[in-house]
Design a protein around this ligand. Sequence first.
Ligand code: F6P
Length: 363
Amino acid sequence: MSPDKVAVLTGGGDCPGLNAVIRGIVRSAVMVHGWSVLGIEDGFDGLVQSPRVRPLGLEDVRGILPRGGTILGTSNRGNPFAYPVEVNGAIELQDVSQHVMDNFNELGVTALIAIGGDGTLKIADQLAEKGLKVIGVPKTIDNDLSATDVTFGYHSAVAVVTEALDRLHTTAESHQRVIVVEVMGRDAGWIALESGIAGSADVILVPEIPYRIDALCRTIQARRERGSRFSIVVVAEGAAPAGGGQTVQASAEENLGVARLGGVGHHVAQQLEKCLAMETRVVVLGHIQRGGSPSHTDRLLGTRFGVKAMELVAAGDWRKMVSLQGTRVVSVSLSEAVGKLNLVDPHGELVGVAESLGIGMGR
Ligand code: F6P
């Protein structure tokens, strides 16, 4: 009899630690549960048209633990419930979910492990409604999923930003400049907040706290009066001024359903130059935060999530998401996990710590 087979895909933006999950799934599937694994390429996109799949054996995951990205490829534009299709020269969003289900059913696998952020996990849950046996594994550098204490990828991103802030300090100080550092964080400002505290920023702007330019200027001016001739401002890409909206490079309509953020760093810098008369520079860290080798923490969490996901598959415990709660990896209901974001509490302990250190939060 051929062994049971499970499929795995990675969806949404990539992040460090995805390969650790894939490796954890494949090794425990083969070595503990006697299952075989099929990789689906490029997220749910790989199930539209003729499926793009490949078997994943022990030799396919050898040496991938320190590698960033995902060996399976990913896509953050492949929502089968709103799939972009060209009709008469124009892009239309169509529901191709039944087609995806039919393609999946022809693969001869028992279940799917979907590794992704809120968008991917929502799709997985919607496909479960259509009968898909699915397990979710949460990832995102933004750490904005509420049903797990932390997502893998986040720790590596914070480490990259913290190192960048250390480097920017020396040049900002030498030139007596304000350096505005734009970091990722669409809805949640965790990367900005934690790297800002760890990297000794002077101002941190997060999406959860609308900022006021006059408040930023006061913080920097007060530093000058205390003798500090430079400042570092960390701004999450999703931060917005009080009474204003986020800065977008492309609207959701122009960008297949998801707005592309970016530019708030330049906007803040221009305004600061006006009120401070200090030379200002902008650094946009962008996808550097998502690339490269995972930290040891993310390798470990990704591995634990992969092993747990395979355990749930072998037990037939469907429509669950693996989750870190305290020190334990557990499972939670997928439907309950999706759609609830983990946001920075504007009055929480961490913001309190930042403000106690004199870091301006722009309010
Ligand atoms: O979801 C993580 C994230 O890093 C967001 O902070 C950011 O807005 C988005 O991905 C950018 O994704 P991409 O440029 O790959 O479309």
